[in-house]
Unconditional design. Structure first.
Length: 495
């Protein structure tokens, strides 16, 4: 059992409370990503600005774009939104040269809706802007700042690319484009994505600089409607089908159950913490199943609550900003349980002899205490603390309190098609699949510990090592809680 705990820890199963990532947007379904390329040339300054919204912010933005709520973006809705949004983004950009403000004017704009996860669209908006005024020959200092969406998470990249007749002397941003204008995010930067909101450049314009071209060029508007992906993703095809049948719903539930199970296998769901608690406190199969049920309920409630925030309260608090606080609550709960285990071990470690007492089969020693508190037990020649339902419940809530962004995307996809009932069923199936894996791991470890007990009675050395299991459990749970809390505090900005 101890070896399995170590294996889980080494594979990264210790809780890592950060917003889950998705394939369509590697940084997460909540992100709003920005890109700027600054190009000073002899005629002035050109800025290429790109906005890339993931599925959830796009879903929220559709309330502003699709005014008649018919699920389609007409040419009039497209043009009206793009005009207003381009002006809003332009006002969030600041550019100065030699401490003189350089007004920016939009000369070209384009908006499209690439397909995303769960049949939801994403939003991509591109602006080309020119700096007004005359270029001056010689060395110049430039300052640029992007103040759009200052509180939203995402990839924020600024690139300096001097044009013909301009030599770049220094810059606080790179010249190389890392993301191909937010079309492909390199894996090497996903753990620490660029967070560039401003740039300072020093450049020299050639003596033959000419007057800046007129900013009265016609603005080109390209119209594209949101594309709903119906192929390549069986679950998406089922959710977006024009007609739902009983076999289709059953298949969708089965697929979602599998997605939840796969999601639980990935790092970040406290498998090590839960397993350690069950092993170190003489957990039984009933305890493992109860833990899985608690995770199912807490995760389902968490997804529904975050869905309500996304739909009705996003203007008050950005949903992704709730993740660090949920992580903080989860980490604090885990720390409290770990501290309790250590205190109980310290209090009772001298109550029993260190050798000569071997744990018999759990059937002979397990008993209930109607007065609601735990007693120490001999286990493998040492002390093993009993399980408490209060700690089990708290641990299950801590394991499921952070909603999965993938589950939220499934829910919002169903809501966008006015299939709220189907969305609720799918979320419940997703949570059940996740909890089944966690409960299964717990059952494996519970029975593995029972098997290990038989070997303890035959080997005093193994028994002495097993006696340290309660101490190791407390330290592992407390340490995991500290890691979770520290990461949440870092995301909040406390560290």
């Amino acid at each position: 059992a101890a070896a399995l705990l170590v294996l889980l820890a080494l594979t990264g199963a210790v809780t890592s409370r950060r917003p889950p990532v998705a394939s369509a947007h590697p940084l997460g379904n909540f992100t709003i990503n920005r890109y700027s390329r600054i190009e000073p040339d002899q005629a002035g300054i050109h800025v290429r600005y790109v906005l890339d919204m993931a599925e959830i912010p796009t879903f929220q933005e559709m309330a502003v774009i699709d005014l008649d709520r018919d699920g389609q973006v007409s040419a009039q809705e497209h043009s009206g939104y793009l005009t207003n949004k381009a002006e809003e983004l332009r006002r969030g950009l600041y550019l100065s040269v030699d401490d003189r403000l350089v007004p920016l004017q939009v000369v070209d704009r384009e908006m499209s809706f690439p397909p995303g996860q769960g049949g939801l669209a994403t939003l991509r908006l591109r602006l080309d802007l020119r700096g007004q005024g005359r270029s001056v020959a010689g060395e110049q200092q430039m300052y640029y700042r992007d103040a759009n969406y200052p509180q939203r998470l995402g990839w924020q990249e600024i690139v300096a690319a001097p044009g013909d007749g301009v030599a770049l002397l220094s810059a606080t941003v790179p010249q190389q484009d890392r993301s191909n204008e937010l079309r492909s995010y390199p894996q090497d930067f996903l753990d620490r994505p660029p967070d560039q909101r401003e740039a300072r450049l020093t450049f020299i314009v050639g003596a033959s600089a000419t007057t800046q071209e007129s900013a009265e060029s016609a603005i080109q508007v390209r119209i594209a409607s949101p594309a709903r992906r119906t192929g390549g993703d069986p679950l998406t095809a089922l959710i977006t089908a024009d007609r739902l049948t009983a076999p289709a719903v059953a298949l969708a539930l089965a697929l979602t159950l599998g997605l939840g199970a796969l999601h639980a296998v990935s790092p970040g769901h406290g498998k090590t913490i839960m397993a350690a608690y069950l092993v170190g406190t003489r957990g039984t199969a009933v305890h493992a199943l109860f833990l899985g049920l608690t995770v199912t309920i807490s995760h389902t409630v968490g997804v529904l609550a975050l869905g309500l925030v996304t739909l009705y309260a996003a203007n008050v608090v950005a949903p992704e900003r709730l993740y660090p606080w949920l992580g903080l609550a989860s980490g604090a709960t885990v720390m409290a349980i770990g501290a309790w285990l250590l205190l109980r071990w310290l209090r009772h470690r001298h109550d029993f002899p260190d050798h000569g007492h071997w744990e018999h089969d759990q059937h002979h020693h397990h008993h209930d205490h109607p007065h609601g508190h735990d007693h120490p037990h001999l286990g493998g020649g040492g002390l093993t603390l009993g399980v408490t339902w209060r700690n089990l419940t708290a641990l299950g809530v801590a394991g499921g309190i952070l909603p999965s962004a993938s589950a939220l995307v499934i829910l919002l996809a169903a809501v966008s098609l006015h299939r709220v009932g189907l969305g609720l069923l799918l979320i419940l199936a997703f949570s059940a699949g996740m909890a089944a894996v966690l409960a299964g791991i717990g059952l494996i470890l519970v029975y593995a510990r029972r098997t290990a007990v038989r070997f303890q009675s035959q080997s005093p050395r193994v028994a002495r090592l097993a006696a340290l299991m309660p101490l190791a459990t407390g330290l592992l749970v407390l340490g995991s809680g500290l890691v979770v809390t520290a990461r949440a505090a870092l995301q909040i900005g406390w560290l």
